[in-house]
Each structure stands twice: as C-alpha cells, then as structure tokens.
Write a protein that binds this ligand. Structure first.
Ligand code: ADP
Length: 745
C-alpha cells in the first residue's frame, strides 16, 4: 500500500493538498483491513476516511447511512468529484434500483450507500457476498447506542453483519464523544480489536458566546444583522416557540422557514431543501432539524433556549462552520429554560411509562402467546430506564453550569469531553474576547459563597444558600436559625438571581460540588478550600451585562479567513455557483465550498493551471466548472483592476492551533504534513515546536514510511555526501559519520 498513491487520488478527485488530523491513520486502518472506530467532531472530515481508500483500491465499499437525504447528499458530492457512487433506497423507482444493482455486480461502484434495514436483508447480503465486499463503513454509528442522542432501533440489526461477513473489515464513524457511546458502538457492532481514533474536539473556527436572555427579539436581530446574507439556524426548545419566532421574523421581513416534528413531512422536506439549495438562509427549528442538514456554510447557530445537555449543544452548535471557515455560536439562556426542560422530561417519562403499562395490559388480553411476548418485549423497550431521569437532570445541570460558567467556552467544551485544552486564551469566545465584564474582586465574592456553604454544614441546595447570602429571613431560614449565621446577608447588595448565577459559575469551574439527585446539596471540595485560603484565583463574570456598546469583538478566525479576499468577487462567485448548482440540481456547496470560493476571490488565478492549485478544485471540478469561474474572475479583475495570482492565504481549516492535545496526535499530524512535503521551517511555523523535535519526528516518519523522495528536507548533494561517507566508515555508529562529514551536517 502506498500513501503516495492515495494522496494522489485525494488531490485529483477532491483537490485537497493535505490530510486533516487522524485522516491518514483512519485510512490506513481501512487499507489494512483492520476494524476501526473513528470519532471526530462534525466537519472533521470523516467521510473522506472511507471514501478515498475505496476509490484508491477501486473496490466497492458499502456504507450504512441513517437517512435518505444524507445518502443523496454524499452521492451527489462524490459524483461532482468524478467518483462512481450510488445509493439504494426506497425513494427510487425499481428500474433505478436494478440499474444500480447491475453496476454493483459489475464492480462499477466505489461507494454504495444503503440503509441499515437493507444491509441486513438476506438476499441483499447474498449479492454482497457474490461480489466479495470486504469493507463496510457505518456512518453516524452512535445511532446504534441507546446512550446516544439519536438512537435508531434499525441500527441494532447491524450486529448480525459481522457474523455474515467475518472476513470483512468494519469501520464506524461518529461525532459523539462520550466514552459510553463509544464502548457501546464497539460492543454492538462486534468490532474486533478495533483501531480507535479520537480526534481533537475543539473547533477553533467557531466563536462561542453565551448570554442571559434579556430582550430576545433584539438579541436575535443583532445576531442576524451580524450575518447578513449568510446562513444560520435558530434553535428553540418548543414547537410553539419555533412558530412564534418564525412569525415575528417574517414580520420583520426575513426570508425564514420553520422546522419541527409537528409539521407534515412534505413541509419539512420543503424547508430542508430550501435551506440546502440556498434559496432560504434562515431556519428556526427544534432539535428535530438535525442530522440530515449537510449545508457546510452555516455561519451561525443561535440557541434562544438552553439545550438539554452539553452533548446536544456540541451537536447542534457543531452544524456551524463545517467548511472550516469562521462561524458563530450564540446561546441565550434563562433560568426558565431549566424548568421547561424539567417539565418536558418528566412528562415524557410519564407518557412512556403509561404507554408501556398499556402494552403490558394488552398483552394480557391477546390470544396468541407470540403476539403477547412481542408486546411485552416492546413494552420493555418503551419503559424508561430507571437511570434515565436522574441522568437527564444531571445533564441539564451540567449545561446550566456551562452557561453560567466563567471558564473559556472552548476549554469548557473540550474538557467536558475528557480532552486537554492547552491554549491560555482561545480568542474565540465571549470570555476570552472580553465581551463580558468580570467581577473585580472575584476571590472575595467566591469566599463569601463558599464560607456560607460551610456554615450551613454542606447540607443545603443552591436556592437556600443564595437566600441566606441575600439575607432573606423567611420562615425556613428563621426556623433553622440560619439568620444567625455570620454569612447571613453577606451578599445583600446582589439579587437572588445574580447570587445563583455566581454559585453556578463556581460549580462550572469545579470550585464547588453539587451532590445528590433529588435534593442536591452544595458541598465543598479541595478546590473550595484552596480558594478560601487564597491559594488559587477565581474568575467570575458579571451577569447580564454586555460591556461593548458597539457589539461583540471580532474573533481571530473572522479576521484571518477574510484576509485578502475581495468580497465583491466572492459574492459574484457565489452567484455563479448558485446558477451552476441549479442547472445541475445539486446543492451549491457541492459545486465548490465557501472555503474554495474565498480562496478563488483571494488568489484570483489567471489560468486553469493556477486554479488547479486552489484548495477543493479536483480534476473533474476543474473540467466542469473551471472555465466559467475563470471567465468571471477575469472579467471582474479587469473591470476593477484587481491583481492576479496572489499567494494563497491562511487556510484556517487546515491549520491546527499551535498546540495539539496528545503526543500521538502530534506524530500523526506531523506525518501528514511530511507526506505533503512540508518543510521543517513550515512545520515550525505551523506548530511552534522546536527544530530538534520536528527533525526527530521526521526521522521517525522516514523510517516508518520510507517515502520515495526526501528532497523536501535534505538536498541531493547532502544525500550524496552522506552516502559516500557511509560507504567509507559504515553506519553502525553515528559519531564516525559526523566526524567524517565535518561541518556539512
Ligand atoms: P464529517 O462527516 O466529519 O462531519 P465531512 O466528511 O462532511 O465531515 O467533511 C467536512 C468538510 O471538510 C467537507 O466539506 C469535506 O469535503 C472537507 N474535507 C474533508 N477532508 C478534508 C481535507 N483533508 N482537506 C480539506 N477539506 C477536507
């Protein structure tokens, strides 16, 4: 197997000059026929991991995918790059299906997308056996797990697949980062000694902002104004909120569509299509608007209510900026959201319980024992797990703490998923950008709260502690004699809401604990004592105060990715893209992504050869779209005297931050850069690592992969000199070689 060949395929078909972190390792697992589980955040580039090896090997890889819209999207995207791909699904006519089956039999397809139901169908499996399929990819693999956020019972059947195809390798892909889901995927699919690759969960191109909900309409309008002519999704908790907000935005003249599970299927499909085809840029939705959306240039995701867990937030906000360009995720929250979720959760548990009871009752009445068994089994499935409600409430608390927290948002998210965050200042969240006002004497404030928790003997919850600090002499406080504590009324100048907000921030930073499920109480930990002894600092954010009158600061990502881009040309290119997409009946981002358009509007290539070097321009796209874009660029450049063939700009998407979380990733990443023949100086610039470290990694790379040429790092003259010296003094020991070569090396 040669990575050169694979890289060439990727360059030719997709026009990507470098691989993203972990892609190379994930592809290697496919080529080696070793089972794998690949966990990467949304937009991380999971699809390429199974697509490129399939094209390179010229064999059929079968992909299980949960939704027809997702399959269609992948197939369209692959065909636009000149890759032979098809899906078999229920929306097709039987002629279409038999046509694709024929292609499959003849080995003419590199990728075949199917639903899990079809994949477990015995006659379909017979066909796959006949053509000797040896690679299966399971997309959105978390759908197999109860613990995930998108459980689909039909995924469970995939378990049998491994038994039917013991020789084949299975590759599971998901963006869900929790350990439990990961383990479940491996167990359910029966993966054998899988290569487990977990990517870095930080999304540096996203700017996170969390604001208390004050004047919702004004806040929504501000976000939309910041993203004129760009795509955005607004998430609400309830359907009713979706309808209300859609109406209000329509009144203000916005072209906006609602989306929730209460609408009929045709309406929902129309909304989704309008969004994907870019005829509508704004969707107001519940979480039902999810997995099927593949539009990569979503520039903002706005939550007007708190999501129900950090996992959900990661999923939903993660739909922004899949193209790697800057995007904004704004979360508006209030204490009411928590109560709303609590209500919804309780209600759903009650409903599920009574449904299960009803099924069991029916089971008693039916004659057929088989039917009764089936009903009982289904009732067991419907019955909520006893862990469900406490688990869900815990998740709610975690996201509430995140909202209140004074911790860098990137850090909080990444650490929640068990990874380290090494940047001091992310420069891409409300806290690090200085959007919010800090409490000047946070340590003193924190000490007051913590000592009150100590005074009430760590036996009371947030509400009670806040009331004592506020100095409220209500009946309970008087009865418990808490009005006689020294901490009573210590924060009289703050409102109850503010005190709760500070307590939640302390919880969010791990400086205080909340213990117990039904009536959780506040407890101190080591970190609390460290704060009380002034051994560690605290950062607290003033609630509800947006400092900047002129709106929030721009993120680093924002500035970088527009650097040198001619905006008018970009808009013109977007127009042409829409026109071409309409003619071809594909979503516009499948013609070229926004990242490619910006690169074109920055570099302004003067020939097709020069355009070929632009990120995202593969051979087939160059042939199909190159000339039209070329003409438009020439026309605009002449009319406005714009320079041509500028140097390519900083491609944010492909430049990880200066630190990577783990040594393994460092090695993996460096291998990818070396495969792309990046020089030592470039890697130094990119990473900030020392020269000796990079040289060490390079040596490992050369020993491991034996690349055909090392000319990118060592000149031919040096190679010749070293070879000559080696011939004379041997290679057993290095020192004689050094001495022999004198100053050359
Ligand atoms: P995921 O499935 O992980 O959410 P995708 O596979 O949809 O992500 O990839 C996200 C985007 O990144 C797509 O537009 C894809 O073409 C692009 N992409 C993937 N790999 C690379 C790469 N090595 N270089 C540049 N762009 C890439």
């Amino acid at each position: 197997m040669s990575f050169d060949g694979l890289n060439q395929v990727i360059q030719e078909k997709w026009g990507f000059p470098v691989l993203r972190p972990l892609q190379a390792q994930a592809m290697r697992a496919v080529l080696d026929g070793r089972d794998s589980l690949v966990v990467m955040p949304t937009g991380g580039g999971k699809s390429l991991c199974y697509q490129a090896p399939a094209v390179y090997r010229g064999e059929t890889t079968v992909v299980a995918s949960p939704l027809i819209s997702l399959m269609k999207d992948q197939v369209d995207g692959l065909r636009a790059c000149g890759v032979a791909a098809a899906s078999l699904d229920s929306s097709q006519t039987s002629e279409e299906r038999s046509g694709y089956e024929m292609d499959l039999r003849q080995g003419a397809l590199n990728l075949l997308f199917v639903s899990p139901e079809r994949l477990v169908n015995p006659s379909f499996q017979g066909l796959l056996h006949k053509i000797n399929v040896r690679t299966f990819a399971i997309d959105e693999a978390h759908c197999i797990s109860h613990w995930g956020h998108d459980f689909r019972p039909e995924y469970r059947q995939l378990k049998k697949l491994k038994e039917r195809f013991p020789e084949a390798s299975f590759h599971a892909y998901t963006a869900t980062a929790t350990e439990r889901v990961r383990e479940d995927i491996i167990a359910q699919l029966g993966l054998r000694d899988p290569e487990i690759l977990v990517g870095n969960f930080d999304r540096p191109n996203l700017t996170y902002r969390v604001l208390p909900k004050q004047d919702q309409m004004r806040q929504v309008q501000e976000v939309i104004d910041r993203h004129r002519n760009e795509a955005g999704i607004i998430y609400c908790i309830r359907r009713r909120d979706v309808d209300d907000l859609t109406e209000a935005l329509k009144q203000l003249g916005h072209n906006v569509r609602p989306y929730h599970a209460g609408m009929d299927a045709a309406e929902r499909r129309a909304a989704q299509e309008a969004f994907t085809q870019e005829t509508c840029d704004l969707v107001v939705a519940t979480v039902a608007f999810g997995m099927g959306i593949d539009r990569s240039n979503v520039r903002f995701v706005l939550h007007v209510g708190m999501p129900k867990s950090i996992e959900h937030y990661q999923q939903e906000s993660g739909r922004a900026g899949r193209d790697g360009l800057e995007a904004e995720c704004v979360l508006l929250h209030s204490g009411r959201d928590y109560v709303t979720w609590e209500f919804i959760l309780n209600k759903s548990v009650e409903e599920a319980r009574s449904k299960a009871a009803e099924m069991r009752h029916t089971a008693e009445q039916v004659d057929s024992e088989e039917e009764a068994d089936d009903l009982r089994r289904r009732a067991d499935e419907v019955e909520p797990h006893p862990d469900f409600l406490p688990g869900a409430i815990k998740h709610l608390k975690q996201i509430a703490n995140y909202c209140a927290g004074g911790v860098c948002r990137h850090r909080a998210l990444v650490e929640y998923f068990g990874q380290k965050f090494e940047e001091g200042n992310c420069a891409a969240c409300d806290l690090c950008l200085g959007d919010v006002e800090m409490v000047p004497d946070a340590v003193v404030l924190a000490q007051k709260i913590l000592s009150c928790v100590a005074r009430v003997k760590e036996g009371y919850g947030v509400g009670h502690v806040a009331a004592v600090l506020r100095g409220q002499s209500d009946e309970r406080i008087v009865r418990l004699k808490h009005d006689q504590l020294t901490t009573f009324g210590l924060l009289r100048e703050c409102s109850l809401v503010d005190i709760r907000h500070y307590i939640r921030q302390l919880l969010g930073q791990g400086l205080l604990l909340q213990v117990g499920d039904e009536y959780p109480v506040l407890k101190l930990n080591e970190a609390s004592w460290a704060v009380m002894k002034k051994q560690r600092g605290v950062r607290l954010v003033k609630p509800a105060k947006q400092r900047k009158e002129q709106g929030p600061a721009r993120s680093k990502a924002d500035d970088i990715s527009w650097e040198g881009v001619d905006r008018d040309l970009f808009d013109a290119l977007r127009g042409l893209r829409r026109e071409l997409a309409e003619t071809r009946q594909v979503p516009p981002y499948q013609v070229f992504s926004d990242a490619t358009l910006r690169e074109l509007a920055r570099v302004r290539p003067s020939s097709l050869e020069a355009m070929r070097l632009i990120y995202g321009v593969g051979d087939v796209k160059l042939r199909d779209f190159g000339p039209r874009f070329q003409d438009l660029i020439t026309e605009q450049c002449q009319a406005r005297r714009l320079s041509r063939d500028n140097a390519t700009g900083p491609k944010l998407a492909e430049k990880p931050r200066s630190t990577t979380p783990k040594a393994v990733n460092e090695r993996g990443n460096s291998y990818e850069w070396f495969r792309a023949a990046e020089g030592i100086d470039d890697v130094m610039k990119r990473t900030g690592w020392s020269r000796s470290k990079i040289v060490g990694l390079l040596a490992e790379y050369i020993a491991d992969e034996k690349p055909p040429s090392i000319a990118a790092w060592v000149s031919n003259a040096t190679v010749r000199a070293v070879k000559a010296a080696a011939a004379k003094v041997g290679t057993d020991r290095l020192k004689p070689l050094y001495l022999h070569l004198g100053e050359l090396v």
